[in-house]
Write a protein of this length. Structure first.
Length: 236
């Protein structure tokens, strides 16, 4: 049970240590390999798309099951309100159905948020000898892989309209998250207070003054991810 234990193993996580660099390299290699999907037939692309979503959802179900089996599933931590959690389920639906708003959300959150999580993961002390380590990088790697695949193989292109729609969804998510936080004592999306661990938000003013600044930073990131595609042809 050591690998699946709830408590972190004796070998803790080390930022940019050998295991972390290996995980980053594995995610990067997977993203590069997606270039080959552009040559697939429509049926082949459909299989890849379905496989990516199945893996994305499968690891999320496993994570919830692991937390429940180890007595660590709690509403303040595990409700699907986190930005990445919404991207897991919403992005998967968008990939399978072609819903444009969900594909936009998955693109911006996956490329901007999940990629940063791969580089600077919040893993507490869970190192490579814990299943949480593997699940974390699988989750966030797939969150990046799904929108990258849609761009590479299926002609998805972000637009300024989609950027604005995503920012509106993020604002709505913040309002909903704050209400849930007040009800269950959580801090989803960090809209009710600053995180208890060290983050860049520590340099900002106290709550609620940091909220518009956090939103502005997200808007800047969304804009930066839209500029390279402005005017390029694509399909929904």
């Amino acid at each position: 049970m050591g690998y699946f234990a709830a408590e972190p193993p004796e070998q803790p996580f080390r930022l940019f240590g050998p295991a972390h660099l290996t995980a980053i390299g594995t995610v990067a290699a997977g993203l590069v390999a997606l270039r080959g999907t552009r040559r697939l037939s429509p049926r082949g692309r459909r299989r890849v798309r379905t496989g990516l979503v199945a893996a994305l959802w499968g690891q999320e179900v496993f994570y919830h099951g692991w937390r429940a089996a180890t007595g660590r599933w709690t509403p303040p931590e595990m409700l699907p309100v986190h930005v990445c959690s919404v991207a897991v389920w919403g992005g998967g639906v968008g990939a399978l159905t072609g819903n444009r708003a969900l594909r936009d959300y998955a693109y911006y959150i996956g490329v901007m948020g999940a990629s940063m999580a791969v580089l600077t993961p919040d893993l507490d002390r869970y190192g490579p000898r814990s299943v949480r380590f593997a699940q974390f990088f699988a989750s966030h790697g797939l969150l990046v892989a799904v929108p990258v695949y849609l761009c590479v193989a299926e002609g998805y292109r972000p637009t300024w309209r989609g950027a604005g729609r995503t920012m509106a969804l993020l604002a709505l998510q913040g309002v909903v998250a704050h209400r849930i936080n007040r009800a269950v004592g959580s801090n989803y999306v960090f809209v009710s207070r600053k995180p208890e661990f060290a983050t860049a938000l520590d340099a900002l003013p106290p709550w609620p003054a940091y909220l518009p600044l956090m939103y502005a930073a997200a808007a800047a990131g969304v804009a930066a991810l839209t500029v390279p595609f402005a005017g390029l042809p694509g399909r929904p």
